[in-house]
Design a protein around this ligand. Structure first.
Ligand SMILES: [Zn+2]
Length: 138
């Protein structure tokens, strides 16, 4: 009877030892990555903004909101002080290119396809104006 119980005990001990080694290895790699300035959390964090609204239809365009995955960039083109008002008035739910976050690189968003079209149109017009300004200043 003891002969049967002992191997089971030994296997259990090996299993505990392996688990402990894996845990130590994982902790060590986290510490090493942290020392290198690489935080696994920052590269993997996904910002979930899908719950930002309690409606699923764009109040401006009456279009159903869709889900999208958007990259988050640290720097944005400065469209001037009026941009915030323009965005709210013309494309409040475009949710593209305006997301900032310290840690996350990607965001899950809800967006209105018509807002995105409106933003695209506004961006093209803005680019044309900026090009004209540059041409006139030369
Ligand atoms: Zn819209």
């Amino acid at each position: 009877m003891i002969g049967v119980a002992e191997p089971v005990f030994a296997i259990a001990n090996i299993d505990v030892t392996l688990r402990a080694m894996r845990t130590i290895g994982l902790l060590l790699s986290i510490v090493l990555l942290g020392a290198c300035g690489i935080s696994p959390k920052s590269s993997e964090t996904v910002l979930d903004l899908r719950t930002s609204y309690d409606f699923d239809i764009c109040p401006l365009h009456n279009s159903r909101l869709e889900e999208g995955v958007e990259p988050i960039e640290y720097s944005h083109i400065s469209f001037g002080y009026e941009y915030s008002g323009i965005r709210k008035r013309l494309f409040p739910l475009a949710n593209i290119g305006d997301i900032t976050h310290k840690e996350a690189r990607t965001a899950l968003v809800l967006y209105c396809p018509e807002c995105r079209k409106a933003k695209e149109k506004w961006l093209m017009e803005w680019n044309e104006k900026e090009c004209k300004k540059e041409r006139n200043s030369e």
